[in-house]
Design a protein around this ligand. Sequence first.
Ligand code: NAD
Length: 319
Amino acid sequence: MQLEDIRNISVIGAGLMGHGIGLTYALGGYRVVLNDTREEILGNAISYIRNDLKTLAESGVISQDMIEETLSRLTTTTNLKKAVKDADFVTEAAVEDAEVKREIFSHLDVFCPEHTIFASNTSSLVLRDFTSQCRRKDRILITHWFNPPHIVPVVEVVRGEETSDETMELVYALLQKVKKVPVKILKEIPGFVVNRIQVGMFREVWSLWQQGIASPEDIDLAVKGSFGFRLAAIGPLATCDLGGLDLWYGIADRLFKVINDAHQPPEALKRKVRAGELGVKTGKGFFDYNIDCFTKGQEESVKARDKKFIQLLKLLYPQ
Ligand SMILES: NC(=O)c1ccc[n+]([C@@H]2O[C@H](COP(=O)([O-])OP(=O)(O)OC[C@H]3O[C@@H](n4cnc5c(N)ncnc54)[C@H](O)[C@@H]3O)[C@@H](O)[C@H]2O)c1
């Protein structure tokens, strides 16, 4: 199959990630079918997409006309067979549960045309956890998006044990066509690249917090305004090159002996989770929140976050 042969895209699971992934493909000119288990969820997905499009228009990323034009390319159905019967490419973004994904992929293998490529947006599973029953293993891979998917540029394109070169190249080109920044992950390992690095950082961040080395406010301030600031513009390896590898080698040689190397998340974090201090959604995490920001005020806070991200996007990814 060639890139031009991809015309119809289906997204299975229209929650937080699925609706943004569907929106991205529709913005890129594709006809998109969104599928979920209930009409109510699909109705919500379309109103989130409408809001996202309005934010993009208010930020000057798209024209006002593109709102209705993009929405006209999106349809919804709770019927999986109907959702995928004409699909050239399917992205699964259903709940992170291997059994649910296994059932979806079993159906996809039967309901989809022979040429259809399947991608999963799983963040912690590997393909063999839920696709071993599929016949077309050469045409299955992981595309790992980041929230909010229609704004964060990178998508990890993860090669499974049996994914073909052709599938990798085609999906890479498809993501470029819809203005994402695909990154090839050549071997399927848990956490891929981004989450392994991110969680490596959290291990040290949580350890510093647990030891009371700095306040939560100051830890966030320190990271945001130092390597966080730099990393939005240049990657970690370029940062090493600019500082000098001899310098970084010396720093690593001294600090590797003392930084956290725990194999379990810290006790203090476990206590917070057990106490229901889960962050914004329960009104308390590392910081206190007005619970309204997750209920009636949530839409405004997401909009404010998205507008900030879009400013960064325009600055760093003008294409
Ligand atoms: N939330 C993130 O930041 C993030 C980032 C990257 C990847 N992911 C991955 O993306 C996937 C979706 O995560 P999310 O955060 O959007 O979750 P979510 O709970 O917001 O959405 C999941 C959706 O799947 C639907 N669903 C469940 N069973 C289904 C079925 N049989 N058929 C169709 N739809 C079904 C649910 O109704 C729900 O709407 C997960 O695999 C997750 O690990 C999430």
